[in-house]
Ligand binder design. Structure first.
Ligand code: UD1
Ligand code: CA
Length: 454
C-alpha cells in the first residue's frame, strides 16, 4: 500500500530554553528528529516530508542528508495548518502517517500496525491512557464506545478533562479523505489555531470511522517539551537498550549506569562495569571486559581484551588479549596487535603497536610504528611535531626504549636495539646497538650545599 509520511517539526520549543531548535536536541547522541526520521524511513514510504519553521535553516543543515522533502511552514498556525503545507507531496490514494519530530521513541512495529489499520479504510489514531492527562487532547467516545472527537485541553470542559485517554498526535489517515478534511479546518478555538485533531470528528461523522490503537508504553508516545522530559526519555531509551543487552548475554554491572549512543555489537560473555559510555560503532569480542568510567567511540576490541577503568578510546582497533589502562587515552588511529599493552597515563595517536609490545606508563606515542615485543619505558615521548609538520617514529621488533627517552622524529630504532634511559634520540639507532644520548655523569667529591645563616 502506498504510504506518505509527514513529520511535524516547525514548533518553537520555547520550554527547552535553548538557542538550538528543539528537534535538534539529542537523545542517545542523535537528534530527536533523527530518531523519528529513522522510524519513518524503516517503513519505506513513497514520500517523506518534514514540516519545519523555527530554526529551519539549522534543521536542514544538520539533517539535510536524510533524503526527506523539506516543507516550510512560515507561521505556526497549528498542527492542521502544518499538514496543509505538505499536501502537495501527498498522493490521492494510500495512507498518510503523521508523526511528531519531538516524539522520538515511537516503535516501528506500532507504526506498521497503525498504517495497516488505516489501509482498511478508517482513520487510525494512536492513543494512550495517562495518569495525568493535563495539557493533552482528550479522546471523546460516544455511547457505543466509539471515538467521536478530540477536544484540546484548553477547549475542554471540566467533565471532559476527567478523561484520561489522550491523543498521542500520531495518526494514519486515508488520503482519499485527508485533502477534503484539511480544507474544512477552522481556527475558532481557544488557541486560534488550525487543529489537525478536528479531522477526528469529521472522520467519525462521515462514516469513514476512527479506529483507535492504544500504545502499550507511555514513553513510546511521549513528546519532549522541556529538558526534564528529554532526560526521562533518555533514561527510558537507555533502559530498553540495557535490557536488550542483558538478555543477549552481556553483563552490565548496573544497567542504570550504562549509556549507548550508537551501535554495539558484541560476542559472548562481555562484561561492562558502571558508567561506561559507548558511542558510534563499537564492537566487543568474546570475553571482553570494560572497567568503570570508560568511554569508547568507534572502536573494535578483540576477544579476551581488557579495558581498565577511566580509559578513553576513539577510532581505535584493539587486538585480542590486549590490556589497556587504567587511565589510558587512545586517540584516533591507534592499532594494537594481539597481546599488546598500554598502561596508565599513556596517550597514543596514529600508532600501530605490534604483538606483545608494551607501553606501560606515562608516555606519548604518536605517528609511530612499533614492531613486536617492543618495550617502551616510562616517560617516553615521540617528538612528532616541529610546529608545522608531523613526523614518523619507527621502533623495530624487540627494541627496548629506556625510561624518559625523547625520540625526535623522523627517527628509527633498529631491531633488538636498546636506548639508554634519559636519551634524546635524534638519529637512527642500528639493529642490536645501544644508544646513549644524555649528559655524562660527573661526581664532585665532598661537595657541600650552601648553608642557611642562623
Ligand atoms: C498536540 C495535539 C494534542 C495531543 C498532543 C500530543 C493538536 C491540535 N493537538 O497538542 O491533541 O494530545 O499534541 O503531544 O494537534 N507543529 C508544527 N506547526 C504548528 C504547530 C505544531 O509543526 O503550527 C508541530 C510541533 O513542532 C510539534 C507538533 O506539531 O512537533 C505538536 O505541536 P504542539 O504545539 O506541541 O501540540 P500540542 O498543543 O502539544
Ligand atoms: Ca506538545
Amino acid at each position: 500500500m502506498a504510504l506518505d509520511i509527514v513529520i511535524l517539526a516547525a514548533g518553537q520549543g520555547t520550554r527547552m530554553v535553548s538557542d538550538l531548535p528543539k528537534v535538534l536536541h539529542t537523545l542517545a547522541g542523535k537528534p530527536l528528529l533523527g530518531h523519528v526520521i529513522d522510524a519513518a524511513a524503516a517503513l519505506s514510504p513513497r514520500s517523506l516530508s518534514v514540516v519545519i519553521g523555527h530554526g529551519a535553516e539549522r534543521v536542514r543543515e544538520l539533517m539535510g542528508a536524510c533524503g526527506a522533502n523539506w516543507v516550510m511552514q512560515e507561521r505556526q498556525l497549528g498542527t492542521g495548518h502544518a499538514v496543509q503545507q505538505a499536501l502537495p507531496a501527498l498522493g490521492r490514494d494510500g495512507v498518510t502517517l503523521i508523526l511528531y519530530g519531538d516524539v522520538p521513541l515511537v516503535r516501528e512495529s506500532t507504526l506498521r500496525e497503525l498504517v495497516a489499520m488505516a489501509g482498511k479504510g478508517p482513520l487510525a489514531l494512536l492513543t494512550v491512557e495517562l495518569a495525568d492527562p493535563t495539557g493533552y487532547g482528550r479522546v471523546l467516545r460516544n455511547q457505543l464506545g466509539r471515538v467521536a472527537a478530540i477536544v484540546e485541553h484548553k477547549d475542554a470542559t471540566a467533565e471532559q478533562r476527567e478523561v484520561r485517554e489522550v491523543n498521542s498526535g500520531i495518526m494514519a489517515v486515508p488520503n482519499a479523505h485527508l485533502h477534503a478534511w484539511l480544507a474544512r479546518l477552522e481556527n475558532s478555538n481557544a488557541q486560534r489555531e488550525y487543529y489537525l485533531t478536528d479531522i477526528i470528528a469529521m472522520a467519525a461523522q462521515s462514516g469513514v470511522g476512527v479506529e483507535p490503537l492504544q500504545a502499550a508504553d507511555e514513553h513510546e508516545v511521549a513528546g519532549v517539551n522541556n529538558r526534564e522530559q528529554l532526560a526521562v526519555l533518555e533514561r527510558a531509551f537507555q533502559q530498553r537498550r540495557a535490557r536488550e543487552l542483558l538478555l543477549a548475554g552481556v553483563t552490565l554491572r548496573d544497567p542504570a549506569r550504562f549509556d549507548l549512543r550508537g551501535r554495539l555489537r558484541h560476542g559472548r560473555d562481555v562484561s561492562i562495569d558502571i558508567n561506561v559510555i559507548i558511542e558510534g560503532e563499537v564492537e566487543l569480542g568474546n570475553g571482553v571486559s570494560i572497567g568503570a568510567n570508560c568511554v569508547l567511540r568507534n572502536a573494535r576490541v578483540g576477544d579476551g581484551a581488557s579495558i581498565q577503568p577511566n580509559s578513553v578510546i576513539e577510532d581505535s582497533d584493539i587486538g585480542p588479549g590486549c590490556s589497556v589502562g587504567p587511565f589510558a587515552r587512545l586517540r584516533p588511529g591507534t592499532r594494537m596487535a594481539e597481546g599488546a599493552k598500554i598502561g596508565n597515563f599513556v596517550e597514543t595517536k596514529k600508532a600501530s603497536i605490534g604483538a606483545r609490545s608494551k607501553i606501560s606508563h606515562l608516555s606519548y606515542v604518536g605517528d609511530a610504528l612499533l614492531g613486536e615485543d617492543v618495550n617502551v619505558g616510562a616517560g617516553t615521548i615521540t617528538c612528532n611535531y616541529d610546529g608545522v609538520n608531523k613526523f614518523q617514529t619507527t621502533i623495530r621488533d624487540g627494541a627496548f626504549i629506556g625510561s624518559n627517552t625523547a625520540l625526535v622524529a623522523p627517527v628509527e630504532v633498529g631491531r633488538n636495539a636498546t636506548v639508554g634511559a634519559g636519551s634524546v634520540v635524534t638519529s637512527a639507532v642500528p639493529d642490536e646497538a645501544l644508544a646513549v644520548a644524555r649528559g655524562k655523569q660527573r661526581n664532585v667529591e665532598g661537595w657541600k650545599r650552601p648553608q642557611k645563616k642562623s
